[in-house]
Write a protein that binds this ligand. Sequence first.
Ligand SMILES: [Fe+2]
Ligand SMILES: [Fe+2]
Length: 184
Amino acid sequence: MITATGRHIDPEDPVWILNQYRAAEVHGAGAIMRMARLADTAKLRSDLSRHLRDEAVHAWLWTRAIEDFGGEVVEVAQPYQARLSAHFGIPKTLTDMLALTLVSEKRGLSEYELHVGQEDLPHAVRRPLRAIIRDEAWHVSYIEEALRERAREDRRVYDIIERAEQADVQAVAELEAEAATADR
Ligand SMILES: [Fe+2]
Ligand SMILES: [Fe+2]
């Protein structure tokens, strides 16, 4: 997702942003599915199953909202995800994937939180947004916990998290710089 920070959603025509939301959720579901194959504890397998269910439900909620607004579901580019992986490199381990998921879940959550505060947001967007935000907050917290757990065995986990955080900051800085030039 990750649009220019603070972008105002057109209450008459939210289809563009809803397609961004939907594409991000579909991408998230795919990433969780790939990561689930590497899960090494029963707890993580269980949490990732629930997480996968959530992202698929979110993708469906946005699909339904797009159709309710008379819009069409389209595939959209994922510039944030592309830049995040470009800066981090190819994730090789479960810890790499968890760290990348943590930063992108946090980004997604903060973007949703920013948008949910918009006063003239249509009800048909705000309602699913509120429900989704609750799930996203859980995603961030269980992944953080899973990483903390892994860090108890290996302190280098914190370096990997830091590398993912840096990749996230760089990705967003580039997107914002690009948006600023486009707006001029
Ligand atoms: Fe989601
Ligand atoms: Fe999520």
